[in-house]
Design a protein around this ligand. Structure first.
Ligand code: CA
Length: 623
């Protein structure tokens, strides 16, 4: 009874807080949005800038009455329906509800209750994802439909259509939280979930890369509260949550597109102008101005307006939005989409401000470039000739992805086959921190690895063994563990993002369980599972040094080692089994007598010769 009463009082209070800000002040003035909708005390940076939106809101005068919470400046912009409020949260400010007062002709016409929350203990010092982790990437619309009641929501432009590979299929947050035991069984330790923010677009809304509200989870995925609870549950399962963010563009369906704060909020062109997608223009010393300009200011798509992050209000808006989600949802990391496409000075400021508040925080940027030097430019601490420091701790290893997709399917040559992996890592001198790079065989934007290897499962196993033992942070795309492929129709992004079998009521089988998987799928699942669990407990693979030997006769050997342990990895890229003499590797092997091969479980009592099956990887813990 008491609980019921308390919770009802709580609800009434919430209702009061929610209703007040949306009061219509008078016929000519409204207040529709205040963003961020709430904030916290106790950040290093005391400054906060609020976006206030409402009809003729700029005609009001604003004041704040709360100890330690001071309004420093009110900015008006081109559009009278916006105000930007500069506030400071001084050390005297205590958590509580501040009141922002709006007056018209000296008469109070409305109030907004602005909540200042207390930060959780240890929030600033939170750990983040590191090379200890194995990231599992999933597309929420395609993973599992845990709640059929949110499949269609009134007011959302695109309804459910599971028959359309580019339509919404109904997957949601509940579908993810229902399978936390599955992730744990597989062994992955961090979830990178493709964007969950509102995408109220007419078409292609399922992938989530056309944000229409930066502060709201798409209701077809769930509520903001559901997302917070998902984060809590992920943490209770000992895993980490990585949020996908997009600063380069929003969706044309974004609420502000109907009424921009100022023309320069987005990059305007006389007619639709697409970016040239050539991220290399940033670092190209010979790039023409028009190419560079088109890269940064061109639109990613005609439905994705290019945001102008040089606008100081938009810059603050996006930076605060990240901090808000980290603090609100307890994030363990961020993945930033199309990282080189926004203005790079803003992106550096973003990274710097995140790291000032959360010194251990990790952010991985999608810098999709084909050469290590080009990618390395974007990693924090890079000694770039132009003096630029991105403040982006982590990048994706696209050059290694490219090499990995070729290495096992080509004939061996001076520049082809297994040597590609060797050559890419030999360029690690470019990176300030080569062990803080995300390594992957595929993701939601590219062909599934199994497709690029013409369904040869041996090569998929080789790729997984490689990314789980080389330097860096491995990322595995959902469905890899059950041999998911694009199938006969290989065209279109939708085929790379198929529904996980068993995620939908009425599916003919449930591949989340061993009984629902085929024999070959179980073989792959168990291979990955064994390797991931072994890696999770093998510190030497997380942080150990890396040393490799020039590949010869289709055999590539490398070692991971620290003061306590040494692991030898042998990749045989030949079709047939090979027996190798190991004296070439004596600088490592001379200390050891025996080894334990992880995948087979075999003990090796004679390390002078090793036999490796064709198209396979042996991972040997040396004793
Ligand atoms: Ca659903």
């Amino acid at each position: 009874m008491n609980v019921f009463l308390t919770s009802n009082i709580y609800r009434l209070t919430l209702l009061f807080l929610l209703v007040l800000p949306f009061n219509v002040f008078s016929q000519d003035v409204t207040l529709d949005k205040v963003e961020p909708p709430f904030w916290w005390t106790g950040f290093k940076n005391p400054d906060l800038q609020l976006l206030v939106y409402g009809k003729n809101i700029a005609s009001t005068t604003v004041s704040v009455d709360y100890p330690g919470f001071a309004l420093k400046k009110v900015h008006k912009v081109e559009n009278p329906n916006y105000l930007f409020l500069d506030l400071t949260i001084g050390s005297a400010a205590r958590p509580g509800s501040a009141t922002i007062i709006f007056k018209l002709n000296d008469k109070v016409v409305g109030k907004y209750i602005y909540e200042l929350k207390a930060r959780k203990n240890g929030s600033a010092q939170r750990k983040s994802f590191t090379s200890e982790d194995v990231i599992y990437l999933l597309m929420p619309d395609r993973f599992a439909n845990g709640d059929a009641t949110n499949d269609n929501i009134a007011g959302m432009a695109e309804p459910l259509n599971r028959a359309n590979q580019d339509g919404r299929h109904g997957g949601d947050i509940k579908g993810i939280s229902d399978h936390l035991d599955y992730f744990q069984d597989l062994g992955v330790t961090a979830l990178w979930i493709n964007p969950l923010l509102e995408n109220n677009m007419v078409k292609y809304s399922y992938h989530g890369y056309s944000t229409t509200d930066y502060y709201k989870i798409d209701p077809r995925f769930g509520t903001n509260d559901d997302y917070v609870k998902l984060g809590d549950a992920i943490h209770q399962h000992g895993m980490k949550l990585i949020m996908d963010m997009i600063f380069n563009h929003c969706g044309v369906g974004h609420w502000w597109m109907k009424d921009l704060p100022s023309k320069d909020w987005i990059n305007q062109w006389p007619e639709f102008t697409r970016t040239n997608y050539r991220a290399g223009t940033f670092t190209d010393p010979y790039a023409s101005q028009s190419d560079s300009n088109m890269f940064v200011r061109g639109w990613f798509d005609n439905t994705m307006p290019d945001l102008n992050q040089t606008n100081p209000y938009l810059k603050n808006y996006l930076i605060q939005n990240s901090i808000w989600w980290i603090e609100y949802a307890g994030l363990d990391g961020i993945r930033q989409d199309t990282h080189p496409y926004p203005f790079k000075e803003m992106m550096a400021e973003w990274g710097k401000r995140l790291l000032e508040e959360y010194p251990n925080f990790n952010v991985v940027g999608e810098c999709w470039l084909n050469y290590p030097a080009s990618v390395a430019y974007w990693q924090k601490g890079s000694k770039n000739k132009d003096g630029y420091d991105s403040w982006l701790p982590t990048v994706f290893d696209f050059p290694l992805y490219d090499a990995l997709n070729k290495a096992f399917s080509e004939s061996e040559g001076w520049n082809t086959g297994i040597v590609r992996l060797y050559e890419i890592l030999a360029q690690d001198f470019s990176y300030p921190n080569p062990n803080n790079i995300v390594v992957f065989a595929d993701n939601h934007d590219v062909n599934r690895y199994l497709d690029s290897q013409k369904d040869d499962v041996r090569k998929l196993k080789m790729a997984m063994a490689y990314i789980l033992t080389t330097r860096g942070i491995p990322e595995i795309y959902y469905g890899t563990e059950i041999l998911m492929t694009t199938g006969p129709d290989k065209s279109g992004d939708g085929t790379k993002r198929k529904d996980f079998p068993g995620g939908w009521a009425g599916d003919s089988r449930n591949a989340f369980t061993a009984q629902g998987r085929t024999e070959t799928e179980n073989d792959m699942y168990n291979y990955l599972r064994k390797l991931i669990h072994w890696r999770n407990s093998s510190e030497v693979v997380h942080t150990g040094k890396f040393r490799h030997f020039i590949p010869a006769d289709g055999i590539y050997v490398y070692f991971r080692y620290d003061l306590k342990n040494t692991v030898m990895v042998v990749i045989n890229n030949n079709e047939d089994a090979k027996t190798i003499e190991t004296k070439r590797y004596n600088e490592f092997l001379k200390k050891f007598k025996t080894g334990n091969e992880i995948i087979s479980g075999n003990t090796l009592n004679d390390l002078s010769k090793l036999t490796i099956q064709g198209k396979s990887v042996a991972i040997i813990e040396l004793k």
